[in-house]
Each structure stands twice: as structure tokens, then as C-alpha cells.
Design a protein around this ligand. Structure first.
Ligand SMILES: [Zn+2]
Length: 489
């Protein structure tokens, strides 16, 4: 007979309940508030590590060791002054053209190469990293995860399309969508305040935080960035926040009278000189409706007006406002010798049933073109037109699909896009070069307009140059001022 008080299962349940209680009622390290959170610090770090793998795979790490070390070094200095110095802090520049910065639970912080071009000093970079550190130390992301997902975190990592291969670069439909949860206004104001504090504690000028918020407001006014989640959509209300963080800056200045803060503009400009601006051809580039990949040497044209998302593992195009998609991806380890066999095995793996199909050529390339039906997770029943195309040693899957009721009307457009797949000539591929940040010293009489046309070959407009250099659009550069410009390679 067992002693009921010595039941090992009961002991384990009791221990688990204690853990839950401990996690459920934690003191927030940055704010001192007692609050409810489902995650312990160990879980928070674990979730961060898992999502970090996703971020690095989906967005890519920008290939510049010296720049990565610079950003990480700066971030580590700030993190040591933060309320949670012992987290496994990590600061990464991701290979993304959009202007963005974000944080994962556990201390994983990212800035895009796109945002680096718009910062105008080391102090501004410190301010942005400090702000993101503030989101982590105040556990805003943990709170958001708790609110958004409850216990269903596991679902975030599920595939939609092909179980073995990550589906759809569409951030909103994958785990990464959650990274772009909008924080609330109070969280933003708190992160600004914490960020300015960490920036000042490390010796950089905390006034860089409101200064860069002004730059972000100017970008919002100017841009209609197409559907790419950026810092402005995930960190709302920049104008409103400037006033609030000015109060913190004033307080920090009062607390350290006569303190000379570091701005470090010139060293920062030297660091970002040469950084890729806009699409990086090494990952393929979108030019209007065309997608071109100079390294893999192919091109195609999606239907006019579609949103194109160039993810790390697939390109996804979507018809605006409709559940009609096209997807392009490399077939992972094609099974079979003939293109017919490869297509059959791959579609079996995806779980769709062929209703018609045959071998063909597409612009001289061996292909198998079929029509398929079945069900895709989170999309539902679809009819799909899919081509498996052999290009050199690679096999691509290029497919368009829609709910069966919409398919007939879309079929001509999907077919035309599939038929546009072609090899890029060596000459065409070599002509696709990235644009890069370069430095230029303004001369007397220079205007943003004249610099944009003469030095920058019109790649970015005058207003963008002004904003990149911390100026209002109607405020001209001073003679002798060192400026960031954008040039073709
Ligand atoms: Zn924020």
C-alpha cells in the first residue's frame, strides 16, 4: 500500500505548481512592478534563442564582421548598465532594407542595415539599442507574448505549406509575425525613458533618443513603404513620444551638471560607409513586378500590382486584398531523376493531388507543369498551378494558387507569371549591383537636390538624403558638413 502523502506524481505536480506560481507573480526588474507573466526568465531566454534561429534564417545576418562586432560591442556596453546585465545579450545587424529595430525576450536585439543608414551618430545607435534593451528589461515582449498567445507558443513554429521546409516568407503568417506585435503607447514611452537612461549611463548623449525619433517621424511623413513592417508600424506615435522623452533627457542633464556627452558622429559615419542600401542582389532583388536573382541566375515577373516579399527561403507574392498567392522556392533535395518524378514526389510531400499535368519547356528550361488540388493549413482548400523547373543543377517550384472559387479567373495571370521564368544572362546578372552608403563633404552652394543628382545619380531623392543626415527636408546642408549619400556600386 502506498503512503498517499509520498506519491511521487503528486510531489511532481506540487513542484510544478510552485514553479508556475513563482513565474506568475514576478517583480519586473526595470519597473519594480509586480506583474503576472507566464514565463520564467529561463523560459524567456529559451524562447528568445528559438526565435533567434528563425530570425537569422528568415532575415539573414548582414555579412560584415567588423560592423557586427561594432554594434554588438556597443550593445554590450549598454546592457551592462541595464537592469538585467546578466541576460545572454546579443546584438545583430540583419540583412533587411526596411528601417527597423526589434527585441526578443531574453536579450536578443536586432537592427536592420536599413535603419543604420538613417542614424546620424553613434549616440543615436546607442539610443535605439537602449530603447530595445528597455523593452527587454521591462519585459514588454514577455507581456505581449503572454497576452497574445497564452499557452499556445508551440503553434508559432508550425509550418503552413511544406512540413519540412519553412513555408511563406509572409511574416504575418509565421512565427515572425509575432515579433512585429505593436507595443502599446505606455510600453514605448517606458522603453524611451529606459533607453535614454542606459544611453546616458554609458556616456552617450541621451538627446540622441528624441533626435532619432524626429528622424523616424520624417520618414513616416515621406514614405509609403509597401507593407514591410518597420520600426514605425511596430513602435507607434513617434511625435508624441519626443515630448515625453525630452523630460527624461532634461532630468538626466540636471543630474549630471556640466557632463560632456559623447555624440561620436564621425566614427559612426566611417562605420556605415559602404553598407548596402535597399535590396541586396545576393538575395535576389525586386524591381517593380520583376524578381531577379543574379547569383542563381534567373528572373521572372509576377502579376502587375502584387505585393512581393523576398524571404530568405522563398519568394511569396500576394494579390492585394485576395487570398491568391504565388510562391517560388528551391526544391529541397529533389527525389527522382526525371523532372516528372521530382514533381510527383514533391507534390506528394506537400500533400496535394494532381488533376492534370505534363512535361513542357519554359523559355528553354525543362519543366513539369501541373494543376493540383488539396488543402493547405491556414489557407484552406486551394487549386494550384505549379511548375517544377530545372535550371542548371537546381529545381525550382513556382506555383500560383487560390481558393477553388477564385482560381478560374486568376488562372491566366498565374500561367503568364509561371511562363515568365527564365535564365539571366551573365551580362544581365553582372549589371545588377547593390546601392551603398557613401560619404561626401558638402561644399558651399550644395543643396540636397544638387547632391542627390550629381553625387548620388538620383538613386535616392533629395528629401531622403536630408532625413538620412538628420535634417528637416527644407533645411539645407552646411558647407563642410560630412554627409551620407547613396551611390551605385
Ligand atoms: Zn519600441
Amino acid at each position: 500500500m502506498n503512503d498517499p502523502t509520498r506519491d511521487p506524481l503528486r510531489d511532481r505536480l506540487f513542484a510544478a505548481a510552485c514553479c508556475l506560481l513563482a513565474a506568475a507573480c514576478a517583480t519586473n526588474p526595470a519597473t519594480g512592478r509586480r506583474e503576472f507573466a507566464l514565463m520564467s526568465e529561463a523560459q524567456e531566454i529559451e524562447v528568445g534563442r528559438e526565435l533567434d534561429v528563425e530570425v537569422q534564417r528568415e532575415m539573414g545576418v548582414y555579412d560584415d564582421r567588423a560592423l557586427q562586432d561594432y554594434v554588438d560591442g556597443l550593445g554590450q556596453r549598454l546592457a551592462r548598465e541595464s537592469h538585467r546585465p546578466n541576460l545572454p545579450w546579443q546584438f545583430t545587424v540583419v540583412d533587411v532594407p526596411a528601417v527597423n529595430a526589434f527585441a526578443l525576450p531574453g536579450g536578443f536585439i536586432y537592427v536592420t542595415r536599413g535603419i543604420l543608414a538613417y542614424m546620424d551618430s553613434e549616440a543615436q545607435l546607442a539610443g535605439v539599442l537602449g530603447h530595445e534593451i528597455g523593452h527587454v528589461t521591462a519585459r514588454h515582449a514577455v507581456q505581449s507574448y503572454t497576452r497574445a498567445t497564452g499557452a499556445s507558443l508551440g503553434l508559432l513554429f508550425g509550418g503552413i505549406f511544406v512540413p519540412q521546409v519553412r513555408p511563406f516568407g509572409d511574416l504575418a503568417q509565421t512565427g515572425l509575425g509575432l515579433l512585429f506585435l505593436r507595443y502599446g503607447r505606455d510600453d514605448e514611452i517606458e522603453a524611451d525613458r529606459l533607453g535614454a537612461g542606459y544611453t546616458a549611463a554609458t556616456g552617450w548623449n541621451p538627446a540622441a533618443v528624441p533626435a532619432f525619433l524626429n528622424t523616424l517621424s520624417r520618414i513616416t511623413e515621406l514614405s509609403d513603404r509597401r507593407g514591410v513592417p518597420n520600426w514605425l508600424s511596430t513602435h507607434p506615435q513617434a511625435e508624441d513620444r519626443v515630448e515625453r522623452v525630452q523630460e527624461t533627457v532634461a532630468r538626466l542633464n540636471t543630474e549630471s551638471p556640466g557632463r560632456r556627452w559623447e555624440e561620436n558622429r564621425d566614427p559612426y559615419l566611417d562605420r556605415v560607409n559602404g553598407v548596402v542600401f535597399g535590396d541586396n542582389p545576393r538575395e535576389g532583388i525586386v524591381r517593380g513586378r520583376a524578381f531577379l536573382h543574379p547569383d542563381m541566375r534567373f528572373a521572372l515577373e509576377f502579376p502587375e500590382g502584387w505585393e512581393i516579399n523576398n524571404g530568405k527561403e522563398q519568394v511569396v507574392a500576394k494579390m492585394p486584398g485576395q487570398e491568391v498567392y504565388m510562391i517560388l522556392q528551391l526544391v529541397d533535395r529533389p527525389e527522382g531523376r526525371t523532372i516528372d518524378a521530382i514533381a510527383a514526389a514533391n507534390m506528394r510531400r506537400i500533400g496535394l493531388r494532381e488533376t492534370a499535368g505534363g512535361a513542357t519547356t519554359i523559355n528553354g528550361l525543362e519543366a513539369y507543369l501541373g494543376v493540383y488540388q488539396g488543402r493547405l493549413n491556414e489557407i484552406g482548400d486551394v487549386t494550384m498551378r505549379a511548375a517544377h523547373i530545372r535550371e542548371g543543377r537546381s529545381v525550382y517550384l513556382l506555383a500560383g494558387f487560390a481558393p477553388p472559387a477564385l482560381y478560374q479567373a486568376q488562372e491566366p495571370g498565374l500561367s503568364a507569371a509561371i511562363r515568365s521564368f527564365r535564365t539571366l544572362s551573365r551580362g544581365e546578372a553582372e549589371n545588377i549591383r547593390p546601392n551603398r552608403v557613401a560619404l561626401y563633404t558638402a561644399r558651399a552652394g550644395d543643396t540636397w537636390q544638387s547632391i542627390a543628382e550629381r553625387r548620388g545619380a538620383g538613386i535616392v531623392p533629395a528629401a531622403t538624403l536630408a532625413i538620412m543626415n538628420g535634417h528637416a527636408v527644407d533645411e539645407q546642408p552646411r558647407a563642410g558638413e560630412r554627409l551620407k549619400i547613396v551611390v551605385a556600386e
